[in-house]
Design a protein around this ligand. Structure first.
Ligand code: TNX
Length: 504
């Protein structure tokens, strides 16, 4: 016998990832998008209007409805308002009310409206994600959602150095991560195998240093115009780009381009393998710092976000005293260009000032150097290799990826607490989390998709959702509900055996 229409059993709670702070169903209520629905955005706010246009841009192809977007107030249709939100939502949260007549999102900023839009998207049928017209009906269950992030820093990284990905591919990546309320995109722009960003004062970097990639393919690079366009695309999704120039190691591509960066003054040959830790710029030479000043100066000018990531990892050929001297000479250059440095945790050996950030990629929760840095005031972003590395294999049968940090199944990615993971690390030192995708084995879109989905949503949830919502059984059910969306979007996710994909 069918359940009465107004019964709302536990199992029919909407499946939202990341889990919201509070979600209360309105039993028996649904909202239906139709040919007359309009999007009303906060009067006088171009940013809110942009979020409205973004939402309409997702809804129009699949519904075939006109969905006009205009500034104004309304109690019908879709309403994006910058007034009336509970202050508890902060700078990135929102309140979402779905009633019979209206879908109302209230926030204090456009970023909050954008986050609310992502939740609303997941309330609609999966076919809403289609690129062409679908039958509908386009109903969303009645709910009240109050939501705001646990951490301000929720990141994903794409390594475009080991394999180059053209701008359209990066934009697709941005669009997909935005759906899970990720707000930082770290681009690993340079490594031994390729230099991927045009630097006008150093043209050989791309003329000579961008021509290869892992496996010997032709590589590539972003012109400054293309890079600016990527940054703007990310910004339109409320994502801040963090560009990384990896120094002093992982620099073979630069050493190919500029002989004077080599300690012996001789240019290196291009490298297309996957070993790490063999290259270094000349630590003691002024030419190195003139080069870095040129590169970081142009990069800072292209980058509206506050951070420049300077790498600092795996400088295995550099003696520790030289490494520390290098970092101490490098950091003032970042500051001179008006940016805050972020670096892989190794650079904490230089005991940098408290205003710079560290990204921890360790696997051992005993990390006394990280704790000591936090005690000196440095904030940290957590990317534990055995939890958040999207390039680790899921299991021994998985063809792509590496396994130096072990296998990372979905549950490994999900079942840890960023606030209590590193022993003795004060909870308030943690700015957030990042899931990096290194691309030694990642050659094309399908490879990206299989490694990123479904593990990125796990890390996104750890970054967004309060610890009180943490529950593997709940997560695996909500994650399974994403699969129909990914299918419609053409995301070639890995059907991990840990998730009951068919029970949705
Ligand atoms: C370590 S994690 C690296 C990268 C590799 C990655 C592969 C880190 C800061 N450095 O150079 O691509 O492992 O998983």
């Amino acid at each position: 016998m069918a359940a009465p229409a107004d019964a709302t059993p536990e199992t029919s709670l909407p499946h939202i990832v990341p889990a919201p702070v509070e979600l209360t169903p309105r039993p028996g209520t649904t909202f239906t998008l139709d040919a007359d629905t309009a999007v009303h955005t906060h009067p006088g706010s171009p940013e809110a209007l942009e979020v409205g246009e973004y939402l309409a841009g997702i809804l129009r192809p699949s519904t075939g409805y006109p969905l006009p977007v205009a500034q104004g107030e309304s109690d019908r249709g879709v309403v994006l308002s910058l007034s009336g939100a509970d202050p508890v939502v902060g700078a990135e949260g929102y309140r979402l009310d779905v009633t019979e007549d209206a879908v109302t999102i209230r926030a204090t900023t456009a970023a909050g409206l954008f986050a609310g839009v992502q939740t609303f998207r997941q309330l609609l049928p999966a076919a809403i994600e289609a690129a062409d017209e679908q039958p509908g009906p386009w109903t969303a269950p009645g709910v009240t959602v109050l939501d705001h992030p646990r951490y301000p820093h929720r990141g994903a990284m794409l390594d475009v150095a080991r394999h180059f990905f053209p701008p359209a591919e990066v934009k697709r990546f941005i669009d997909l991560i935005a759906g899970y309320k990720i707000n930082h995109l770290h681009l690993h722009l340079t490594d031994d195998q390729g230099w991927r960003l045009e630097i006008k004062s150093r043209p050989e970097l791309t003329a000579r240093g961008s021509l290869t990639q892992v496996g010997g393919g032709e590589g590539g690079f972003y012109t400054q115009e293309e890079y600016r366009d990527l940054v703007a695309h990310a910004a339109s999704r409320h994502i801040t780009v963090i560009p990384e120039i990896d120094l002093p190691g992982h620099t073979n591509a630069a050493l190919v381009a500029y002989p004077e960066l080599n300690a012996d003054g001789v240019a290196k040959e291009p490298y297309t393998g996957i070993e790490v830790g063999f290259s270094s710029v000349a630590i003691g030479s002024d030419a190195t710092y003139e080069f870095i000043d040129d590169v970081l100066g142009e990069l800072a000018a292209l980058t509206p976000g506050p951070y420049l990531h300077i790498g600092g990892d795996e400088a295995l050929k550099t003696p520790e005293d030289e490494y520390v001297a290098f970092i101490r000479r490098l950091l003032p250059i970042v500051a001179k260009h008006g940016k805050t440095a972020l670096g892989w945790h190794e650079y904490l050996k230089a005991e940098p000032a408290p205003d710079v950030l560290a990204q921890w990629w360790g696997t051992d929760p005993k990390a006394p150097e990280l704790v000591a840095a936090a005690e000196r005031g440095n904030k940290v972003v957590l990317s534990p290799g055995n939890r958040s590395y999207l390039d680790m294999k899921y299991d021994e049968h998985f063809a792509l990826g590496l396994k130096w940090a072990g296998y990372v199944e979905v549950r490994d990615a999900y079942d840890w607490d960023p606030g209590a993971y590193v022993e003795g690390l004060p909870a308030d030192a943690v700015l957030g989390v990042e899931a990096p995708l290194w691309t030694e084995t990642v050659e094309r879109r399908e490879h990206i998709d299989r490694l990123v989905f479904p593990r990125l949503p796990a890390i996104a949830e750890l970054g967004w959702s309060p610890r009180t919502t943490h529950d593997w059984e709940s997560f695996r059910g909500r994650l399974a509900a994403q699969a129909p969306r990914w299918k419609v979007q053409g995301v070639d996710f890995h059907p991990s055996p840990q998730i009951a994909w068919d029970e949705v």
